[in-house]
Design a protein. Sequence first.
Length: 139
Amino acid sequence: MKSYRKELWFTVPTRMGFVNITPEIEACLAESGVREGLVLVNAMHITASVFINDDERGLHHDYSVWLERLAPHEPIRQYRHNDTGEDNADAHMKRQVMGREVVVAITEGRLDFGPWEQIFYGEFDGRRRKRALVKIIGE
């Protein structure tokens, strides 16, 4: 069995944003040489997410609005976590909702997606360098 590991680095210039990382994952898959197996992609920061959905601007806007209603950034003092001097309690909650990781099947050397599916890196406490792990195993 083959095993492949790579870290992808991101700096999202805004507090919250979504980056389609499907092309980067496809490049990793080609580099790995795996034709049948699984790819795991996970955010390696507790205020970021990896998820699968449609690459549609309106949906991403709706996510941003919905997440901000669900866990608003301000007022910062509403969160006990921020008593430590942090200001990112909301980002932890947003990550919890959007998820840490995805696993996608690899079939005949391709990501085995359903219609419209793409992989996204979600950032909820941006403006600094963060990473996601890509782990591919298979034959």
